[in-house]
Design a protein around this ligand. Structure first.
Ligand code: SF4
Ligand code: MG
Length: 336
């Protein structure tokens, strides 16, 4: 079966005064129709750069696409023309960002912002587009949709603005929705509501989602598969079940260790991972996590670990998974 999205060996650098930053290194993954795939990792791990490259949003320069391929429905996006890219963005891939205020046009009523894409990409008449836009406002749970159609972004709360963004992103029935920390800027109750809404719409429409988050609780609730990034590298990829039950990378152990009790009843102490994120200007020769890793061996400092296949849907880039490495178990069990 062909994957909906297939990213292979993606390499992206950024030119800066200090030198070239290696933002994404040899990243490969796929997304199938109707799946929810999460990407987790701390800031600077390359999550956003990876998804921005899918949308053709990496400014070049300073960005440099060093290599790799991004195929969407079999078509190479890295070599698509601006015109082709606009078409894909408008009708096949939707995107929502962390801060809806910066992505909405403050001078245009929100109804028109939803209707715009419908007119350009679905070729609806103004009247039809307005009707569909009002329907979308209703579908994302905003009360009084007719009245709300004529209001400006500043008249909406943060949570309601994110709902508007979801309405814009989903209006043209995209095959894939990319959500980059969609709830990070919202307070906790609103976060939960917006996530619930995304889950519901995903079920109804079977749109595939790439969800970027740093919150493993959100991953557990929402995604089927998860990819962990660190220092521009995909360090582990697994089903959500395997990642929580049988994680195979020390960085993932650290992440799991740092989340409060998943049930959310009694909060376990947050245990931060010691040390600082890797220097992306001159990343370590070997494993990027080595300077912070309790289990680092000599080889970790010298050579980048390969992507060890744990099973069909689970892989981890860590020398501990080599048959010659000492056996190390995950240093804790997750409370149930
Ligand atoms: Fe730690 Fe080595 Fe595994 Fe990197 S490869 S995470 S340094 S044990
Ligand atoms: Mg980001």
């Amino acid at each position: 079966m062909n994957h909906l999205l297939e990213v292979n060996n993606l390499e992206i650098n950024f030119k800066t005064y200090g030198g070239e930053v290696k933002a994404v290194r040899d990243v490969s993954f796929h997304v199938d129709k109707g799946e929810v795939v999460a990407i987790v990792g701390e800031s600077g791990s390359g999550k956003s750069v990876t998804v921005q490259s899918i949308m053709g949003l990496i400014p070049t320069p300073p960005g440099v696409i060093k290599g790799g391929s991004i195929k969407f429905q079999g078509k190479e996006l890295l070599r698509a023309s601006k015109r082709e890219m606009r078409k894909v963005k408008g009708s096949k891939i939707g995107m929502i960002f962390q801060d809806p205020m910066t992505s909405l046009n403050p001078t245009m009523i929100v109804g028109k912002q939803i209707a715009e894409g419908l007119i350009t990409h679905q070729k609806l008449s103004k009247q039809e587009a307005k009707k569909k836009a009002i329907e979308m406002i209703k579908q994302v749970g905003i009360p009084n949709p007719e009245e709300r159609y004529n209001q400006f972004p500043h008249e909406f709360s943060g949570g309601m603005r994110q709902r508007v963004m979801i309405a814009i992103a989903l209006a043209c029935n995209p095959e894939l929705l990319i959500a980059d920390e969609p709830t990070t800027a919202l307070d906790v109750t609103i976060q939960a509501q917006v996530l619930e809404l995304m889950k519901k719409l995903q079920k109804d429409t079977q749109t595939a989602i790439i969800l970027i988050t740093h919150d493993l609780g959100v991953v557990a609730e929402t995604a089927q598969r998860v990819m962990v990034m660190y220092g521009g590298i995909m360090v582990e990829s697994a089903t959500v079940f395997d990642l929580f039950e049988n994680p195979k990378h020390p960085y993932t152990w650290g992440l799991l260790n740092s989340i409060p009790n998943l049930e959310g009843t009694e909060k376990k102490q947050l245990i931060p991972i010691e040390g600082s994120p890797p220097d992306l200007f001159s990343p370590p020769k070997g494993c990027p996590f080595a300077p912070r890793c309790k289990y680092a061996m000599d080889i970790c400092l010298e050579e980048m670990p390969g992507d060890y296949q744990i099973d069909e849907s689970h892989s981890a880039r860590c020398w501990l998974n080599d048959s010659r490495a000492p056996k190390v178990e995950m240093p804790f069990t997750l409370e149930k």
